[in-house]
Design a protein around this ligand. Structure first.
Ligand code: ZN
Ligand code: ZN
Length: 429
């Protein structure tokens, strides 16, 4: 368990400003964030490459969609009012680094040093680089195809998407901006842009650093070891970063905000992050970009695909919200307007959980599979809360075990009206 207490996890320089959604006056900050994203994409991928061009178009689309979806109002950007927030953010991330980040970086640098002092050995670095780029594009292409299929299903069932969201805290948003097709397309664009930015640090590594065929087995074993050890501390690392993302205005507006600006669908899934946030978390945080390309491709693929499934909080779609999974996580509530839980929100030790389903989590460390303990210790979070029960009821009605309420045979009008009146997953924020 963590030896650090509330004081460390909740330390902030300057004043706390709790945020969970964008406001019209954030528009100029958001525009600056989009410009920085476009610059990062241009520098990393090149504006003329297919990935770079798509990324920059998505940045422009995000900028156009903000005032349409959130409105806009003039305001002095945070980076002009409090430029020190940029420095604070970097310091927060540096102080939150875990030892496994440094071990992964050291393995990569050691490999490159060994390659440099043995130039006559058959390292085949160019072959390894070619394989690395193939793995990179295979990963991005396969996940994008998966995300695109999810988009097609959401568009086909758009009225069910609306019906379900109108029973949640998203009702207010849909009343302000009723075009559900725009919301679905915005979620897809959010996920794709966040994905392109998340893997930008990995792209830089495979572009500028070398990997040797001779060290392949050794680095793969070391990388797997590092990743397994990192999983023990990932919930604490995420909690701290995520707490800042909602308690520092700069962190929310520039880093984490896009993750909450889109409807709670698998379409947005990447690694629980916004746009620039992904670049920073995978430059100054997670060890994955430093891994051998084979292990990096595996880790990124499992992570992004898993995050897409983990963010499918609209039941009756593809992929499913999955009642068995929703029983053991409360991250859903965080996407329905609640600030907490700040960690991954997992708690597999549930009396009503499906043992066959939770068996797949057995290999995970205790700190992750029952990560809700950290929230309970630091914030007094209560797992047994009515909002989670209401959400489980929503999932049950649209994809419950009896299949009585599937997406295409949705609840009756009367049932829907009753739900609107008495069973809405709302947040007053
Ligand atoms: Zn969040
Ligand atoms: Zn999330």
């Amino acid at each position: 368990m963590n030896t650090q207490g509330t004081e460390w996890f909740h330390r902030i320089y300057g004043k706390t400003n709790k945020r969970v959604a964008y406001r019209p006056k954030d528009f100029l900050d958001y525009a600056l964030m989009c410009a920085v994203c476009a610059l990062v994409i241009h520098v990393v991928y090149g504006a003329s490459s297919p990935v770079g061009a798509v990324g920059i178009v998505l940045c422009a689309a995000a900028l156009v969609m903000f005032p349409v979806r959130n409105g806009w109002a003039p305001g002095v950007p945070i980076v002009l009012r409090r430029p020190q927030e940029v420095l604070y953010s970097i310091v927060y991330k540096l102080l939150n680094l875990k030892r496994w980040y440094f071990v992964a970086l050291a393995v990569l640098l050691l490999e490159n040093w060994l390659i440099s002092i043995t130039p006559t050995w058959p390292h085949h670095v160019e072959l390894m680089r070619t394989i690395a780029f193939w793995l990179f594009y295979l990963h991005l292409g396969a996940i994008t195809a998966y995300r695109t299929w999810i988009l097609v299903v959401h568009l086909q069932r758009r009225e069910t998407v609306r019906e379900i969201l109108m029973q949640t805290a998203w009702k207010r948003k849909l009343e302000e901006q009723p075009n559900i097709v725009l919301e679905i397309l915005h979620a897809y664009a959010t996920g794709l842009l966040a994905h392109i930015l998340l893997i930008a640090p990995w792209f830089l590594v495979i572009t500028w650093l070398d990997f040797s065929v001779l060290f392949l087995a050794a680095t793969c074993v070391l990388n797997v070891y590092v990743h397994v050890r990192f999983l023990k501390v990932i919930n604490a690392w995420f909690y701290r970063d995520h707490w800042l993302a909602h308690n520092s205005e700069f962190e929310f507006v520039y880093l984490h905000g896009p993750h909450h600006d889109a409807i709670p669908s698998g379409l947005i899934g990447v690694a629980g992050n916004g746009h620039l946030e992904g670049v920073l978390r995978h430059s100054i945080g997670a060890p994955a970009p430093f891994f051998n390309p084979f292990i990096a491709a595996l880790v990124y693929s499992f992570e992004v695909q898993g995050d897409i499934e983990a963010h499918q909080f609209i039941p009756g779609m593809y992929p499913k919200a999955n009642l068995d999974y929703q029983k053991i996580t409360q991250h859903s509530l965080h996407h329905f307007g609640m600030l907490e839980p700040y960690g991954f929100g997992l708690n597999i030790a549930q009396p009503d959980a499906n043992p066959e389903f939770t068996a797949r989590f057995k290999v995970l460390p205790e700190e992750l599979k029952n990560g809700i303990r950290l929230d309970e210790a630091l914030t007094g979070y209560r797992w047994a809360n009515p909002k989670h029960a209401q959400y489980l009821d929503l999932v049950r009605r649209y994809e419950g075990p009896t299949q009585a309420s599937t997406a295409e045979s949705a609840p009756s009008k009367q049932a829907s009206d009753d739900t609107h009146a008495s069973n809405r997953i709302t947040e007053d924020a």
